[in-house]
Write a protein that binds this ligand. Structure first.
Ligand SMILES: [Fe+2]
Length: 247
């Protein structure tokens, strides 16, 4: 261990099938009733960091300002955001304190939402669509071959859906072909992953399928046998600048 790795912990990653999580009424101050959240992760102190939020048919937020920066990826259903339509694979992000156009859904929607802190909402009379809005991330965002520690990762396509210029936090979409990883590694930031399709595992005990979630805590060594036999598509988000260090 070097002085740059003082806080490493081993094998502490958590994974589960998000569909098995019990939903609860998601009702932060100012957020209209009717939403149900299945929480993926809470911050220290209990605030929801990430959750799959089900918005019921007919739900509408009205123009809102949120106390937290937040992101949303539409997993299913359909939203409208002002005059924009946000169906499956739409993504939006909004900085804290900036008014956001009314979110509404006629048929209901499941949205994976990520908050930087405990959210509270207040009405906004005028609002923009979003800090970032992609109606279909596969069309709107160009994929590229990621380069990790100087090496292009052949067969992978990464899309950066958003990067917070203030914190370095980001949301990525990854298309992954069959691969075997290079062994255990860690990051200085929390890494959360939601599997959209296919199967992938950071090791042989934690296999992700569509709808499964994985949290690799900051400074938590993981990836003892990263692998996918047939490929996968993932959302992956971090709370600061991502960097990979092999152990
Ligand atoms: Fe990782």
């Amino acid at each position: 261990m070097t002085t740059s790795e003082p806080r490493l912990q081993h094998d502490i990653s958590v994974h589960f099938d998000a569909s098995t999580v019990t939903g609860f009424a998601f009702a932060p101050p100012g957020w209209p009733a009717g939403a149900v959240a299945r929480v993926l992760r809470r911050l220290d102190g209990g605030a929801v960091r990430s959750a799959i939020v089900r918005l019921p048919p007919g739900w509408s937020s009205g123009g809102i300002v949120c106390s937290s920066t937040y992101q949303g990826f539409v997993l299913s259903g359909r939203l409208s955001i002002s005059n924009e339509t946000a169906s499956e694979r739409a993504f939006f992000a909004r900085k804290a304190g900036r008014p956001f156009a009314a979110l509404a859904t006629d048929a209901g929607a499941d949205v994976l939402m990520v908050f930087d802190s405990d959210p509270s909402f207040t009405p906004a009379s005028s609002a923009d669509v979003a800090t970032v809005f992609h109606s279909d991330i596969l069309i709107d965002v160009e994929g590229f071959t990621p380069v990790v520690n100087g090496t292009p990762v052949a067969g992978f396509a990464r899309r950066t859906l958003w990067e917070d210029p203030d914190t370095g936090a980001d949301m990525r979409h990854l298309t992954i072909s069959a691969f075997e990883g290079k062994g255990p590694n860690w990051h200085p930031v929390h890494e959360e992953i939601f599997c959209l399709s296919g199967t992938i595992g950071p090791d042989d005990r934690r296999i992700l399928r569509a709808g499964w979630y994985l949290h690799n805590p900051a400074f938590g060594v993981h990836g003892y046998h990263e692998h996918s036999h047939k490929g996968a598509t993932l959302l992956e988000w971090h709370d600061g600048p991502w960097k990979l260090t092999y152990t």
